[in-house]
Ligand binder design. Structure first.
Ligand code: GLU
Length: 481
């Protein structure tokens, strides 16, 4: 039997972490079993479903590299299929027309609530005769279609939780369609799972309560029931329902903020599943190799934004600069034509130099979006307070002198040899048997204007000889003022 699983989002909102997690577990399970992963857009709710949300879901699944194996199915394009099933259920008396008005239903509900009962449909239209139904339909009375629910204890199996018992007498006859052409989610979802040959329904725990209702439909239609696997809830650190307040966002927001897909996938795979030896870093390929449904947790997973940040830092560090470069928005710093960057102040950086800058910057950031912030001095003219150039108690004159010494030595270094190693050697020689900070510190400040920055010899190499000398001159002049 080929495993067939699906991700079945309703396009009523952007793809968020929870949805991506469901998609990911289905994807991994399919890949681990040489199975098929399907994407189905559940757009039966016409008012709330939007093209914009569907586009967002598809775009972000692609971005996360969760590729589906068959053409996307949209429920709005399958009305005939549902219509036939609704008709069959009515014909065999498993479902029936209900003509009760909204007001009447509301009144019954209030009555039941005052009597301390769980509100459920009274079953008033259950036993209408065929001719009564025909008459009502002829009179164009408003109706819905309800499933006949037996009053009994119903037992079903959840893969992770085992047997779950539910008293169907508390459920009541529920609505499966507004009319023959408008099935509700519960019915359309079941029909599609059947016709798409879904073997395992892997979805969030919030759907557990709809499962017995769906299994009832399978039974009425004599269809094979798939295996149900309900993923644990994801909670915020305070154990309340996950929300924006806990840092949870849509996938496109994370993308915009500079998170990498690898980090997001690694992060969500740990929300409810543990790889062997409780590793924190795990790639999708590794996860596919060792994935077992049995290792999914039953207890809620807790969302921790610092873990996501940690993972993003990790994956950013691992990523070669050539792969990071296309992700950067250079427009903040100048004009980038794919080969070189021309900054607003006229400085030009070649592709190779940009790679070197990225290499320095990725040690200091955990997000792509602000990666270059820590090294923005490369791209613009900058100022800094004179005092920053001073090292410990060393007096100004000495620092001026040291900067002049550095400048002279660097001026004699040939352009082709203006490389970090050679520059470091010069600084080492100058500061030999002295406090290194007397040379390294003021040069670093001269080249970056910052208290914290990458090493001065690395900065100097990227700046190149003339800009380095220019910046040293600027520092000397500032000290002389
Ligand atoms: N369309 C449902 C939702 O996204 C999914 C239900 C299911 O996976 O069975 O809320």
């Amino acid at each position: 039997m080929t495993v067939r699983v699906r991700f079945a989002p309703s396009p009523t909102g952007y793809l968020h972490l929870g949805g991506a997690r469901t998609a990911l577990f289905n994807f991994i399970f399919a890949r681990s079993q040489n199975g098929v992963f399907i994407l189905r857009i559940e757009d039966t709710d016409k008012e709330r479903s939007k093209k914009e949300f569907e586009d967002d879901i598809l775009e972000n699944l692609n971005w996360l590299n969760l590729k589906w194996d068959e053409p996307v199915i949209r429920q709005s394009e399958r009305t005939d299929l549902y219509k036939n099933v609704i008709k069959q259920l009515i014909d065999q008396k498993s479902a029936y027309y209900c003509f009760c008005s909204k007001e009447e239903l509301e009144l019954r509900k209030q009555e039941q609530l005052t009597r301390g009962m769980t509100p459920r449909y009274s079953g008033k239209c259950r036993n209408l005769t065929d001719s009564e139904v025909r008459d009502n339909l002829k009179k164009k009375m408003q109706y819905v279609i309800r499933l006949r629910v037996p009053e009994k204890i119903f037992v079903f199996n959840d893969f992770l939780r085992g047997e779950i018992k539910i008293d169907l007498s508390q459920v009541g006859d529920f609505i499966i369609a507004k009319n023959e052409n408008e099935p509700l989610y519960l019915l359309a979802n079941t029909v599609d799972d059947h016709y798409q040959g879904i073997t395992h329904v892997i979805r969030g725990e919030e759907f557990i309560s709809t499962t017995p209702k769906q299994i009832l439909i399978y039974k009425y239609l004599d269809w094979q029931v798939p295996i149900f696997v309900h993923l644990p809830l994801v909670l915020g650190q305070d154990r309340s329902k996950l929300s924006k307040r806990h840092g949870a966002k849509s996938i496109s927001e994370y993308k915009k903020e500079g998170y990498l897909p690898e980090a997001i996938l690694n992060f969500i795979i740990l929300l409810g599943w543990h790889p062997e030896k409780d590793r924190e870093i795990i790639s999708i390929d590794e996860a596919i190799k060792e994935f077992k449904l049995e290792r999914l947790n039953k207890s809620p997973a807790v969302f921790n934004i610092s873990k996501l940040n940690f993972l993003n830092r990790y994956y950013l560090k691992q990523k070669p600069p050539e792969e990071i470069l296309p992700l950067i928005d250079f427009s903040l710093y100048g004009k980038f034509n794919g080969k070189s960057l021309i900054c607003q102040n006229g400085l030009v950086y070649s592709y190779e130099k940009l790679l070197k800058i990225i290499n320095l910057a990725k040690e200091r950031s955990f997000l792509v979006s602000n990666l270059l912030e820590s090294v923005d001095f490369f791209f613009k003219d900058f100022d800094y307070p004179k005092g920053l150039l001073l090292w410990k108690q060393v007096d100004e004159k000495k620092i001026i002198n040291n900067l002049i010494e550095i400048k002279d030595k660097l001026s004699n270094l040939e352009e082709e040899k203006f490389e970090s190693l050679n520059i470091k050697r010069i600084l080492d020689e100058l500061s030999f048997s002295k406090d290194k900070g007397e040379y390294f510190w003021p040069l670093r400040v001269a080249l970056s204007g910052k208290e914290y920055s990458p090493a001065p010899f690395d900065l100097a190499e990227i700046f190149g000889k003339s800009r380095t000398i220019e910046l040293i001159d600027k520092a000397i002049n500032l000290l002389k003022k």
